[in-house]
Design a protein around this ligand. Structure first.
Ligand code: AGP
Length: 617
């Protein structure tokens, strides 16, 4: 996700901003920029794509930007490609062709978050004569602030509160007004922001690491609050514009701990980001009960078949999606490993749609499969997390998941975001092909998923206890039927790739055709039981392995308490529609894998032999 920094005080701002942005690099980004003011002079804006070093070179490490008040930003693209024009800061004027230089604008700002209703706001501003130079939601919100600032002429706090009431979404906003030199105004909803104060100087940042070189006394601005930041002092306001008192907090932990948000590993931090990621991905495509994936209803009506192609965990999302699409639509679906798809002599249906799922958007096998499909004239849809990545750029259609940058090699939050994207894809097809009656029921259940994931995360200590036992085993089976089998694929991979414990996901009904010979006293078998119509069948498979000495773990929905007669350890998941069960059942599987790896002292975020994105065959 994006990173924001700000400074106002006695020393030169640019070097402070660059140092803060470097501390936020771990958050992932694809472009950067800053705006600095020297007394009453207009702000000077400098922006660049790529790594921060390019911004440092452009400004000779901040030396070419005079001034002691400024804001900075590293952008993780969510709306609009990673280009100089789309990079922040954004301005209320229309002079961003070069992306750098002095701006005569009244308002200059940066933003971390997603403005969900930016399209309607842009239309409103266009009607009032505003022009736009970028394709970002941020430019819209900066110009909306300018609109209210000029219309009501009351001042920055009033302009910000009116904007906060009008926008929907998440934001950590930092804004400078031409008429208020040496001052920075901030506003927050859902995206992180903190404000640090030291002798005669004030600092703003998305996260603690960016401030720790300068101060340890910080204020946490709460949701729907705003602040006026001056050198060495800050004033907080509520949505009514009334000033509110706030006490500072002393930061006691290290920079390294701060980058992980206080978690020991990025993977655990990202596991805990899943509720927000599910909500962000859902809300990015659903407005007022309507799903919009950027594909016309005509196209969805005319496709004859769906091929889903991906690798690793993204492939597991594809296998789950096959079950979900078969349940909700009348379309034939086939999910293939990208590394297989690209070499098979498949008789592809020319009216089919090929869906490529990829977090990085750079996986070589998936990119090759996409190109293969295109050479055969098939339409392609990319479900990707990285804006502007190769797969995103080459597909005919692209839907961006809103997981933000995923640092841990083992995917968790991106997997969950991909699941939501594919649920919405299936629901949209079911709606246009009239195989679903009550779409609102499904959307309502999707809205409840973040809270249900939170409840599972609250139970993690019990899983930590069990994982310490599980970590001593050297082979584990994951079994399930139907969608539960697909869930087991991901549970097994998570365990293998970070704890190095061998495991295998098996269709529960297939065990008796050979593999059950491996089951002996003490063999651990984890079963997923989220599909009501297959529950009894899976239980009978569990009884089969138990009679051969297996130690049984069950992941079952609340209410299926009879499972305790058979399983030695049970994890219950909140009730949900069976088609969405993977989003919940995967949480305890991620946690079991994580705690087993920690118990074995492995490098959880950077497992041996693995890369975050496999860009080679
Ligand atoms: C999942 O934990 C692994 N890191 C790996 O299987 C990954 O899902 C696979 O390499 C696909 O990557 P992509 O989503 O970036 O294409």
């Amino acid at each position: 996700m994006c990173g924001i920094v700000g400074f106002t005080g006695r020393r030169q701002a640019a070097p402070v901003l660059l140092s803060g942005l470097k501390r936020l690099e771990y958050r992932g980004y694809d472009s950067a920029g800053m705006a600095v003011r020297n007394g009453d002079a207009p702000a000077e804006v400098v922006k660049s794509t790529g790594k921060l070093i390019k911004l440092e070179e452009k400004t000779d490490h901040g030396q070419t930007l005079a001034g002691s008040c400024g804001i900075g930003h590293t952008r993780w693209a969510t709306h609009g490609e990673p280009t100089v024009v789309n990079a922040h800061p954004h301005v209320s004027g229309n002079c961003q062709g070069s992306g750098s230089g002095p701006v005569e604008s009244d308002v200059v700002g940066v933003h971390n978050g997603i403005i969900e209703n930016y399209v309607e706001l842009k239309e409103k501003l266009l009607r009032h004569g505003y022009e736009f130079y970028s394709s970002t939601d941020t430019e819209v919100v900066i110009k909306l602030i300018d609109y209210y600032y000029k219309k009501y002429k009351i001042g920055p706090v009033d302009a910000l509160t009116r904007t906060m009431v009008r926008v929907r979404g998440s934001y950590a906003l930092e804004v400078m007004f031409k008429d208020y030199p040496q001052e920075i105004y901030v506003a927050r909803k859902d995206s992180p922001m903190i404000i640090g104060i030291s002798e005669g100087e004030s600092y703003i940042a998305s996260d603690v690491p960016a401030l720790l070189n300068y101060c340890r006394s910080v204020y946490y601005i709460d949701n729907l609050e705003l602040a006026r930041v001056l050198p060495g002092e800050v004033h907080f306001f509520d949505l009514n514009g009334d000033e509110i008192p706030k006490e500072p907090t002393e930061i006691t932990f290290s920079v390294e701990a701060a980058e992980k948000g206080g978690y020991e590993h990025f993977m655990m931090k990202e596991i805990h980001e899943q509720p927000r990621v599910i909500a962000d991905t859902l809300h990015s495509a659903v407005q007022d009960g309507r799903i919009d994936l950027g594909i016309s209803e005509e196209t969805l009506k005319n496709i004859s078949q769906i091929y889903i192609v991906a690798c690793g965990s993204a492939y597991h999302v594809g296998v789950i999606s096959q079950y979900v699409l078969e349940e909700l639509t009348n379309l034939p679906v086939r999910t293939e490993l990208a590394s297989e798809f690209r070499y098979r002599k498949m008789n592809l249906d020319p009216d089919a749609l090929v869906v490529v799922i990829s977090q990085s958007g750079e996986t070589a096998d998936s990119l090759a499969a996409l190109r293969q499909a295109k050479t055969k004239g098939l339409k392609t849809l990319a479900i990707v997390n990285v804006v502007g990545s190769s797969i995103a750029r080459e597909a005919d259609y692209v839907f961006y998941t809103k997981a933000g940058p995923e640092i841990a090699v083992a995917t968790t939050k991106a997997y969950s975001a991909q699941l939501v994207a594919m649920y919405l894809f299936a629901l949209k097809i079911g709606e246009v092909r009239e195989t679903i009656e009550d779409i609102a029921k499904y959307l309502q259940e999707l809205e409840s998923l973040p809270g249900k994931v939170e409840r599972l995360l609250d139970d993690k200590e019990r899983l930590q206890w069990f994982a310490s036992k599980l970590s001593n085993t050297n082979s584990i089976f994951y079994i399930g039927r139907g969608l539960d089998y697909a869930i087991c694929l991901e549970g097994s991979l998570k365990l293998k790739e970070i704890s190095y414990i061998h495991s295998e996901a098996y269709a529960a009904g297939e065990l008796k055709h050979g593999t059950i010979s491996l089951v002996e006293k003490g063999t651990m078998v984890i079963s997923s039981l989220t599909q009501p119509d297959l529950y009894e069948k899976t239980v009978s498979n569990m009884v089969e392995v138990k009679s051969r000495g297996a130690a049984l773990v069950a992941i079952a929905s609340y209410g299926y308490y009879s499972i305790e007669d058979c399983a030695d350890f049970v994890v219950y998941i909140p009730k949900t529609l069976p088609v969405f069960a993977a989003s919940l059942a995967v949480i305890p599987m991620q946690l079991l894998a994580y705690y087993a790896a920690v118990a074995r002292g492995e490098d959880v975020d950077k497992p041996r032999n693995l890369a975050k994105s496999v860009t080679v065959e």
